[in-house]
Design a binder for this molecule. Structure first.
Ligand SMILES: *Cc1c(COP(=O)(O)O)cnc(C)c1O
Length: 502
């Protein structure tokens, strides 16, 4: 298994980014529960043949969809050793718990938080944000939310974030019982940063209407474009207004260790709470996120609970602080180990340089896009996220969406590259998020070449083909062909061809 694993990683560049699963593979996963034992070698063989070749592709150097890291071998070994070691990191007097605490201390120091700050490792950024926002809600509620619930509060709470805020915050406010309407989306400027004038007015309007403004969620690195809200200004505003200052740093917080770009997140250490993701720019395999809270006592006051079967003892295995006092889980895995091993093996300088490298690559790609008149940048490229589209001229927004969507899908089906798409201030675009330590500039050359080639062949195809319908449109409904350009998608069976069937 280990030999195959090493080979799998060594040869990642030679493989397609992704491929569609054949029907027999799909069917294999609807088999009933196994009743009799099967030799482990056979079990592994099924994994090797039916899972490994059909992965998402995010460890590939040309995977730039959504936003995720590419993992490392060390991280994988860390997960393996953590499972062998086997401790429950809910707490206890053992070395793994101390190691967990050390990792929190390291992250606190990387983010330049004071020693009085607390933190907890969680499964990802969504959970880290929920931790931060729960502490914020309880600290700012003006009543005892743990005892009375939000129904017991005399005023309804309000949270503020930009209209670019990650969707996990909506889930958070829904879970926290304050509801989606309590999350005020503040408009953004042309660089997709929160408009602070609009924020101030929104707060004033809410106060006048009898609401209780509680918390501003700043984003350091938005998912759409990588924009970074003005952290020092939002901090000052929160101080003036008496609000909690939470930062969603799932993308950008780790810029703090990047030698040439740390200035972009100056002020991050001023947050009352901070969420960051270690399975993104630290390249730790899934799952690993972290929440940091400036005042440990406020953090504990939100989550600590000690039933009679979970008391701390003066000696023995329970003679330590319980780590579940800082979050939602009771049992916790030893995810700290892969983070600890990654940080130790590479050191902050090298990990920081990898972040700089991805930003340089995004600038390189921006230059390629700018220098080709068939391509258009749709948002400014600040860090490692690039929004662009094939736009040879003469197409309206609906046609541009259709052709770029088809380019994106064909790139995936070819196994050439994985991009996602989004819509920024009303304009649809392809989105490249380079959070990948395996990416090289030549991969970006391939991307630009293929986007242009596919775009042009789709344009030519559209002139000679009779109206056709795009396959697999959202909700299974075919899109209506637009009047002047019909894009013929490639059929499923021609996935190997390099040229469009148009
Ligand atoms: C990825 C991301 C999240 C969610 O993090 P997960 O690790 O996927 O749960 C939240 N906010 C931002 C800005 C992100 O990029």
């Amino acid at each position: 298994m280990v030999d195959d694993a090493i080979e799998h990683l060594r040869e990642v560049r030679e493989r397609s980014v992704w491929r569609e699963m054949p029907p027999q593979v799909r069917e294999a996963f609807s088999a009933p529960p196994p009743v009799s034992p099967e030799p482990l070698g056979d079990v592994y063989g099924t994994f090797r043949d039916q899972v490994l070749p059909y992965s998402m592709g995010n460890i590939h150097p040309r995977f730039w969809m959504w936003y995720m890291g590419a993992g490392t071998f060390t991280g994988a070994v860390g997960d393996f050793l953590a499972a062998i070691e086997g401790s429950n990191l809910g707490g206890g007097n053992h070395a793994a718990a101390l190691l967990d605490g050390q990792v929190i201390g390291w992250i606190r120091s990387m983010m330049e938080f004071p020693e009085t700050a607390s933190g907890t490792l969680v499964d990802g950024g969504s959970k880290a944000n929920i931790i931060g926002l729960t502490v914020a809600r309880n600290a700012m509620a003006g009543g005892d939310v743990r005892e009375e619930g939000i129904a017991g509060l005399s005023q309804q709470l309000r949270f503020y974030a930009s209209d670019q805020v990650h969707s996990c915050h909506q889930k958070a406010v829904e879970l926290l019982g304050v509801g989606n309407r309590a999350l005020v989306r503040v408009p953004t400027d042309s660089e997709c940063r929160m408009d602070l004038g609009a924020l101030r007015s929104a707060i004033a309007v809410d106060r006048a209407a009898g609401f209780r403004p509680a918390c501003v969620i700043a984003t350091a690195g938005t998912t759409n474009t990588g924009a970074i809200d003005d952290l020092p200004a939002i901090k000052a505003l929160c101080r003036d207004e008496g609000l909690w200052f939470h930062i969603d740093g799932c993308i950008g917080a780790l810029l703090a260790i990047a030698p040439r770009h740390r200035h972009l997140v100056a002020g991050i250490s001023e947050a009352d709470s901070l969420a960051l993701d270690l399975h993104k720019w630290l390249h730790v395999p899934f799952e690993a996120g972290c929440a940091i809270v400036r005042e440990a006592s406020v953090h504990r006051a939100t989550f600590a609970l000690h039933p009679e079967y979970l008391e701390e003892k003066p000696r023995g295995i329970a003679a330590a602080e319980y780590l579940f006092d800082y979050g939602l889980q009771t049992s916790r895995g030893f995810r700290a180990l892969k983070v600890w091993m990654t940080l130790k093996e590479h050191g902050l300088n090298r990990l920081g340089r990898l972040i700089d490298q991805n930003i340089d690559q995004a600038q390189y790609l921006s230059d390629l896009v700018r220098s080709d008149e068939r391509l258009e940048l749709v948002a400014p490229t600040l860090i490692n996220i690039l929004c662009f589209r094939f736009n040879p001229g003469g197409l309206d927004e609906a046609q541009l969406r259709e052709i770029n969507n088809e380019i994106m899908l064909q790139l995936q089906e070819d196994g050439t590259a994985a991009l996602s798409d989004t819509t920024v201030h009303g304009r649809h675009c392809l989105r490249v998020a380079i959070c990948n330590h395996r990416t090289r500039r030549e991969d970006l050359d391939v991307l630009v070449r293929e986007v242009v080639r596919l775009g042009e062949s789709l344009m030519i195809g559209s002139l000679i083909e009779m109206p056709l319908y795009t396959r697999r449109a959202v909700g299974g409904q075919a899109l209506q062909p637009s009047p002047t350009i019909q894009i013929k998608p490639r059929s499923r069976t021609s996935g190997k061809e390099r040229t469009s069937s148009c």
